[in-house]
Design a protein around this ligand. Structure first.
Ligand code: ATP
Length: 253
């Protein structure tokens, strides 16, 4: 499927400071359209801040530069975003939580179809037996899968994922990698992860962000097409390269 032309992301001359520290300075980047763009970098370098900026949720007075599609159109309305904390509404059950976008938009005409899609997605994610449970009764991994389901159901051309698999056990994580990759095959995905192997498994392109002030990125394009077998020898060599690139950075607070 050809990605929607407005699903690219063009970052131009982006500058961001918090108090004394400048996080980004004159930073420009074109994310790959319809691909998995993965951000790697030491904790505190500025990855989530960049995702927040792409989502259009930084206060306008706090940054300079532009983040738009290459044709100049705005990105708002084209993005679904899964934040680090699942942000589920405690008074709604799993099914209601993943349908919240529809409910807020009052798409009453599509509710029946959305509910069928939502239930099928919950079944794929192994959450069907829990769909009437409230978030407080779910494990951390189940909450994360619920948040992932909500993001996947939004069906937007741009999908921002901030450590979407971090709370999952190794087996579930592998299953979720494959499923998420399938669901998002025609989207422009920007994913943050702390796991270089996860990045190498899923990314079309990996951007390594280095501080203390980010002015550009180092790029690694893994060989072969994603999703990759993480036992592949070539991938393990690329893992070593990535680890060296990541460790060649001063410690950030
Ligand atoms: N609203 C804010 N006000 C002040 N400082 C902030 C704010 N948000 C983030 N920071 C600081 O900016 C820096 C970058 O934060 P950010 O969350 O973007 O990093 P990150 O690379 O996503 O980190 P992690 O991998 O640990 O999630 C950190 O030092 C953080 O403490």
């Amino acid at each position: 499927m050809i990605p929607h032309p407005a699903s690219n992301i063009h970052i131009q001359d982006f500058c961001l400071s918090y108090q004394e520290r400048q996080i980004f300075k004159d930073f420009s980047l074109n994310m790959k359209n319809g691909k998995w763009n993965v951000l790697l970098g030491r904790s505190g370098v500025g990855k989530s801040s960049l995702l927040t900026a792409i989502a259009g949720l930084l206060p306008p007075e706090s940054y300079q530069g532009t983040i738009k599609a290459v044709d100049g159109s705005v990105l708002s309305g084209k993005i679904s975003w899964m934040t680090q904390d699942a942000l589920l509404l405690p008074w709604l059950n799993v099914l209601e939580n993943i349908l919240i976008g529809n409910r807020l938009r009052q798409l009453s005409g599509t509710d029946a179809i959305s509910e069928i899609k939502a239930k099928s997605l919950l079944a794929d994610l192994g959450l069907e037996p829990f769909m009437e449970m409230k978030p407080e009764n779910l494990s951390g991994g189940m909450r994360q899968r619920t948040a992932l389901a909500r993001t996947l159901l939004e069906d937007r051309p741009i999908v921002l994922l901030d450590e979407p698999f971090s709370a999952l056990d190794a087996v579930t994580r592998t299953e979720m990698h494959d499923l998420t990759f399938r669901y998002l095959s025609d989207k422009t995905v920007v994913m943050i992860t702390h796991d270089p192997l996860e990045a190498l498994k899923l990314a079309d392109i990996i951007y390594i962000l280095k501080g203390p002030t980010i002015t550009n990125v180092e790029i690694l394009t893994p060989s072969n097409t994603a999703p990759r077998n993480i036992k592949n020898e070539r991938l393990l060599e690329e893992h070593d390269t990535l680890m060296k690139q990541l460790s060649d950075n001063e410690t950030l607070s």
